[in-house]
Design a protein around this ligand. Sequence first.
Ligand code: ZN
Length: 445
Amino acid sequence: MASKGFITIPKTKVLRLRRGRVHTSLLGSPVHTPENADGLVGVDIETVDGLVSAIAPAGTFPNNQGIDLNSGIVWPTFVDSHCHLDISHTWERSPNVDGTFKSALAATAADHRINSSYDDVRRRFEFGLQCAFAHGVAAIRTHVDSDETEAERHWTVFGEMREKWAGRVELQATSLTAIDVFGTDFGPKLADLVVKFGGNLGAVTPVGEDDDHGDISPRFQALLDRVFELAEERNLNLDFHVDESGRQGARALGLIARTALRRRFRGDILCGHCCSLSLQPEQMVQETLIACAEAEISVVSLPMCNMYLQDRVKARTPRWRGITLLHEMAEYGIPVAVGQDDCRNAFHAYGDHNMLEVFATAVRAAHLDRPFGRWPQIATLTPARFMKLKDYGSITIGKPANLILYKARTMSELISRPQTERVVLRRGLAIDTTLPDYSNLDDLQ
Ligand SMILES: [Zn+2]
């Protein structure tokens, strides 16, 4: 049955929402009213023809007009800057036998060999989009598996889905392949394919046999320079999978930053994961963070996937959380976000493209509270900036009314429950928030 949530939103030209609460870090237009201990302010919001037309202190609109939100939180729709829509939702057919990163790589490679049809990729990709849309995610940057045997097929699915879902979930993409590929003839061909689809150039940083992010190979720097060169020739931005392990020798992040500085690289650079940084010596950490800040590198952490994969040793409790140094990066002025990463595949057995769950996980695991400060931006405004989506990530007069209405009135209430009763407004209209049924993919499992 179609679900539009706990309150009924009429289809009208002018919509007035009374007595809501918005986190100050997510307000793009100032409201002159005091914030509470959570950083929330009481607001009335008006939309006209799907655009936010007024944001005023709660109680400004007459009581007999519009919808009373009863102090419920209003959030801008989410933005996910790191996801894998083409390889997700394969768990039942290709699970991870022991939960490790190495087994995830092996299971994914085997799955690609057996299940390689266009339709298979497209249906799982679209299932993920349906989940994301229903949870109030309005934009996603997905990584696209780009080995020579699959690149064309996976990028074509991405192109089809980007067109089909435009206006509901804005899609961007980044190539995902071992960095070794850029030492082969396929490297420039892949870069050209990325140009054709308007994507970002990306790679995972381990070289050759060391496929689970260990010590940096002597061959790494030359391959990295080649990636930069291909990007520079084509005016592409870069987006890497970096140091996804707890090994101190995994230190590609600093090398990427120093390479960008040496080459005076003019494009954007986003680095995902950066897990090993959390375990490196303090001096190395400081040097890396200084270089990243100088090179204007942005970072996206993937807490759900990395808590699943990192520090997994059979019959032993994990001793660290797999999350990069979010507080320290923010301190150095490095923009940081969180993303969903893999869902229900060998890299991560769980996940539903629910960015509120990702945000809540990050808050609990990385202590992004007391105070919440600007942390609500890590799943909204900051990834929207990475993706240059000016209309997303904040609640701003003149911008589209893409809003999520929650019953929760405080940050504790918001983070404590799954918020299944949300109302998602896209351009001022309530969407159906029913999640797709798992059985839709049964014949692919
Ligand atoms: Zn990833």
